[in-house]
Design a protein around this ligand. Structure first.
Ligand SMILES: *[C@@H]1O[C@H](CO)[C@@H](O)[C@H](O)[C@H]1NC(C)=O
Ligand SMILES: *[C@@H]1O[C@H](CO)[C@@H](O)[C@H](O)[C@H]1NC(C)=O
Ligand SMILES: *[C@@H]1O[C@H](CO)[C@@H](O)[C@H](O)[C@H]1NC(C)=O
Ligand SMILES: *[C@@H]1O[C@H](CO)[C@@H](O)[C@H](O)[C@H]1NC(C)=O
Ligand SMILES: *[C@@H]1O[C@H](CO)[C@@H](O)[C@H](O)[C@H]1NC(C)=O
Length: 689
């Protein structure tokens, strides 16, 4: 070989090397991309593509936690004879292993799959770190159709511990935060004095908290300034499609003064489980949108003298959404407000104009309707025209329009030359399709400027997750044969753990308290005489606090509000007599005795109380010093086995009376509820673990 040949050779070798190196660089970057799966939602730790050998097996495999795989885009033609998901700890798939139950937890022979996403959980609490591979395997022929290997250094995604909130001012502090999954942050022992001006949970990117961030809904999904916290453990969920990989810090931040009261940094690249929350994208039809709560949006457009609104809410199918102009010009106030109540029933959608003169269901007070009343029952006009309504992916969307200045003088004008204080609420409808006590409503001022030159929009996608059923307060039964008299007075109905949870009925906000308990079930024996000492208010001018006690066979109560036809179907057992003209008249209206919240209390926090006893202790009881009205009853053979005590004026305040022939054997019959509830919840708890 000559010298020149040698040089040529070297040059050639270099070229080749370059090509080879470039090739490997490209390859490895391609591989890296495969590993990271940069685009698309975070799904956990990527384990790789299923190696495909037979029967068109393919798909991507992730680990979402120690026990569970997520398979994305899984395909299998279903033609194997005896084929299962199969896993084991041997070096490669073979007869040594165990069946991994399918996405339904079943160990059936696999059917055909076309581009399916699902999770598989290893049986018997086996961990992914204890196995070497997951395969689609035919047990009969011992044939491997496809597999994926667990890397040696695999670490399963797990909740990760983070830092503590820095203590800067307003007593902000916490223990270590926990990143539970890609969207959920648990703050332990969180404290804040509640004294900031416009202070929020605030999140964003960069080394330090700054005004260039965005609001984080509080633990109940509110976007209002946050309340005072005293060593509480709360879970915050990042809104819309945001994940912890999109943020660098969480702060308690005052946007009025641009001041950071304390913050915590979020580490990069946390190996946490993916969030199970489903993000529901939405399409706008109107240019402006305000997020009122995590689960409620209002969007609008002004056109000439007219404004079109659209309410979208993640609510139950029959729940109502309400929005309107405040009763006050200087704050957001329910009383005096002019609102729309929008809902969808089995047949169609509605946008009904309401006038709120008192925080109680609409009742007749001396010939006049008072409370939360439809405009058309208080002499006004329904000023809203329904446009469209739809329910999709658990979201109700209802659009309607009205004139800025409507022809009904009772309606509030919507101003364009200034901002408007607004109110909103959502919750359940009662059996008359009237709004019951709202579950969600703001406590702070909300101001909207409807006149926008550039569209404004702070809305984010809805996120849905399995709701944790609330743990109910203790159920009380008064089965003591020696108790023949009952003190009946009024108190708040509590939140989801209280009246609503215990009865499954919507609540009006108030409930009967009997012998110190909220809506106990009473056991009365036929032939014995019992006395109710009634203190539910005897001023018929009061829309909120006029509650004669009645006993009927109707669970809902509110006899006076019902139509004649409905009334005729109900058997009244006590508490009502009929005038000569056949009008019902209550007989047991006593002085008002009311357990009420202390001043400045936020009743939306009722569910924080673990028991009724503790809740009851937080209340203040005030009673008019007059003798109670007496309602004496002697149940007889004609009484049905279950009757109900209730209010004559409002629905959904009382509960059951069991009419028995003997008090013995009752103890066995009165089975505590906790068991049946546990049985219902068990599968759920196992799933969550
Ligand atoms: C802040 O905390 C201190 C003690 O840590 C306490 O004395 C003070 O009352 C707290 N301030 C507020 C407004 O809660
Ligand atoms: C609504 O209530 C207010 C009192 O708060 C009253 O002035 C107004 O006329 C009522 N509107 C209608 C439509 O009846
Ligand atoms: C709407 O806002 C614009 C600019 O802010 C203002 O010029 C206009 O007068 C407003 N419209 C009404 C009806 O007040
Ligand atoms: C609830 O509070 C009232 C008034 O303080 C009290 O009389 C009653 O015994 C309490 N009920 C219970 C179950 O503790
Ligand atoms: C049974 O009770 C009802 C309702 O209290 C009463 O109207 C009726 O007269 C009673 N019947 C008998 C047989 O005592």
């Amino acid at each position: 070989m000559t010298l020149s040949n040698n040089v040529l050779c070297l040059q050639l070798q270099r070229r080749l090397l370059l090509v080879v190196v470039t090739f490997f660089l490209l390859l490895s970057s391609a591989l890296a991309q495969g590993e990271e799966e940069e685009d698309g939602p975070y799904r956990g730790k990527y384990l790789g593509k299923l190696n495909s050998y037979h029967h068109q097996v393919s798909g991507d495999v992730y680990a979402v936690n120690e026990f569970t795989f997520l398979i994305v885009g899984f395909n299998y033609d279903g033609n194997g004879a005896d084929t299962f998901f199969w896993s084991g700890a041997s070096n490669r798939p073979g007869p040594q292993g165990f069946i991994v139950p399918d996405e339904y937890g079943k160990t059936n022979i696999l059917d055909r799959y076309h581009n399916k996403d699902f999770t598989l959980t290893l049986p018997d609490r086996k961990k992914i770190t204890e196995i070497k591979w997951l395969a689609v395997y035919d047990l009969n022929n011992q044939n491997n159709f496809g597999d994926v290997y667990i890397p040696e250094d695999f670490e399963p995604p797990m909740p990760q511990l983070g830092g503590t909130f820095s203590k800067r001012s307003h007593n902000v502090s916490s223990s270590s935060i926990q990143i539970l999954d890609s969207k959920t942050i648990r703050i332990k022992d969180f404290t804040y004095d509640g004294q900031g001006k416009r202070t929020f949970f605030w999140t964003g990117v960069g080394a330090q908290p700054s005004s260039r961030g965005s609001k984080l809904p509080d633990e109940r999904g509110y976007l209002d300034p946050i309340r005072k916290y005293n060593m509480e453990t709360i879970d915050l969920q990042l809104p819309g499609d945001k994940t912890i990989f999109d943020i660098d810090w969480i702060s308690v931040y005052d946007v009025a003064d641009n001041e950071n009261y304390g913050h915590v940094l979020i580490n990069d690249g946390l190996n946490v489980p993916p969030s199970l929350v489903k993000v529901i994208p939405f399409e706008f039809s109107l240019p402006n949108c305000r997020q009122l709560h995590k689960d409620l949006q209002v969007s609008w457009e002004v056109f000439g003298p007219q404004i079109t609104f659209q309410l979208s809410g993640q609510v139950a199918a029959n729940d109502y959404m309400s929005f309107g102009i405040s009763g006050s010009d200087v704050s957001s106030q329910m009383i005096g407000s002019d609102v729309v109540v929008a809902y969808i029933d089995e047949i169609r959608g509605y946008s009904v104009d309401y006038n709120i003169t008192s925080l109680a269901p609409c009742v007749q007070v001396l010939g006049q309707n008072k409370g939360v009343c439809r405009d058309d029952v208080v002499g006004g006009l329904d000023s809203f025209q329904l446009n469209t309504y739809a329910r999709k992916d658990g979201i109700n969307t209802i659009s309607f329009r009205r004139l800025l200045k409507s022809s009904d003088d009772g309606d509030k004008e919507i101003f364009l030359d200034r901002s408007n204080y607004v109110v909103w609420a959502f919750g359940q409808l009662d059996s008359n399709n009237e709004p019951a006590f709202h579950t969600y409503y703001p406590k702070s001022d909300i101001v909207i400027d409807f006149n926008t030159t550039e569209p404004v929009n702070d809305c984010f996608a809805f996120t849905s997750q399995k709701e944790t059923p609330p743990q109910l307060w203790e159920r009380t039964r008064i089965t003591d044969a020696s108790v023949r008299s009952f003190n009946a007075y009024l108190g708040p109905s509590g939140g989801l753990r209280g009246y609503q949870g215990l009865t499954g009925h919507v609540s009006s906000g108030l409930a009967w308290y009997i012998n110190g308990y909220m809506i106990p079930e009473l056991y009365l024996k036929r032939g014995l005489t019992y006395t109710f000492k009634v203190r539910g208010g005897n001023n018929p001018h009061s829309p909120e606090h006029y509650h004669p006690l009645v006993i009927t066979d109707d669970p809902q109560g509110g006899y006076d509000r019902l139509s004649d036809a409905k009334q005729s179907e109900i058997r009244v057992l006590a508490g009502v007599e009929f005038t000569r003209r056949g009008r019902p008249k209550p007989t047991a209206a006593g002085p008002l005795c009311l357990s009420r919240y202390p001043p400045n209390y936020d009743r939306r926090l009722d569910d924080i109380f673990p028991t009724f006893k503790k809740f009851n202790r937080s209340l203040i009881t005030e009673c008019v010093d007059e003798a109670p009205a007496l309602l004496e009853i002697t149940p007889n053979i004609t009484w049905p086995d279950t009757v109900y005590y209730n209010s004559f004026t409002h629905g959904n305040m009382g509960w059951k009376i069991h009419i028995v022939d003997s008090y013995t054997n009752l103890r066995n019959g009165a089975r505590p509820l906790t068991w049946s509830l546990a049985i219902i919840l068990l599968p759920w708890m196992v799933l969550q673990y």
